[in-house]
Ligand binder design. Structure first.
Ligand code: GDP
Ligand code: FE
Ligand code: FE
Length: 190
């Protein structure tokens, strides 16, 4: 499918604001894919589909977790944690996407995980720094993303975890595994 077809397919499934965010993630992901030698079309498609399940019914998503034998730990965490893994299922079942790298970029875009692929990092970072995002420190993250993808990924994960701790929210195990992996790599890289 071409970009315009994907965009037309996702538009009715989300509010205008989320659609604008999605287009921002798409443009940012394309830019990062060019910069870091990733498959541009894959980055574009993963970005367009990354929040496809954001407004899906929670009970429906929890049933998908059970039916598709996804990580049972997802039950009870709500749509913020469900929409990535369920979005990957929708990308597969409704859009016929079979590429595991692309599906994983959608699946892990909220939490990250240990040993992330380049495409996963590009979608995670693009989601956080796309031009419509406004929060303290976002410009610093944007600059980092233009210099070093791993350092930008690390800074984005630290920012998310710091925010979750500040606002007293529980941290999903994959988010912690992602953080630990990033910190261990930083140690070994000096
Ligand atoms: P969005 O879908 O474009 O809004 O962005 P994300 O998919 O990256 O994140 C959705 C929400 O999940 C954000 O508000 C994050 O702060 C939140 N989030 C990310 N990781 C965790 C986590 O480990 N635990 C909790 N409770 N929330 C998280
Ligand atoms: Fe998301
Ligand atoms: Fe998003």
């Amino acid at each position: 499918m071409e970009r315009e077809q994907y965009l037309a397919a996702i538009k009715p499934r989300m509010p205008e604001k989320r659609y604008i965010h999605t287009v921002g993630v798409m443009e940012t992901a394309i830019n990062l894919a060019h910069k870091y030698g990733e498959d541009v079309k894959k980055a574009e498609t993963a970005a367009i589909l990354h929040d496809i399940a954001k407004y899906a019914d929670i009970e429906w998503m929890e049933n998908i977790v059970r039916d598709e034998k996804l990580d049972e730990r997802l039950i009870g965490w709500g749509s913020e944690l469900l929409h990535g893994p369920v979005g990957a299922c929708i990308a597969q079942s409704e859009f016929g996407i079979t590429d595991d790298e692309l599906l994983n970029a959608i699946r892990f875009h909220t939490t990250g995980r240990a040993n992330m692929s380049r495409l996963e990092k590009i979608i995670f970072v693009a989601d956080m720094i796309e031009p419509n995002r406004r929060f303290d420190g976002v410009d610093r993250l944007r600059k980092k993303a233009q210099k070093n993808l791993d350092k930008a990924m690390s800074a984005c994960v630290r920012h998310t975890l710091a925010f979750l701790i500040d606002t007293k929210q529980p941290i999903y195990p994959l988010s912690i595994e992602c953080y630990n992996d990033m910190m261990n790599r930083e140690d070994s890289e000096g």
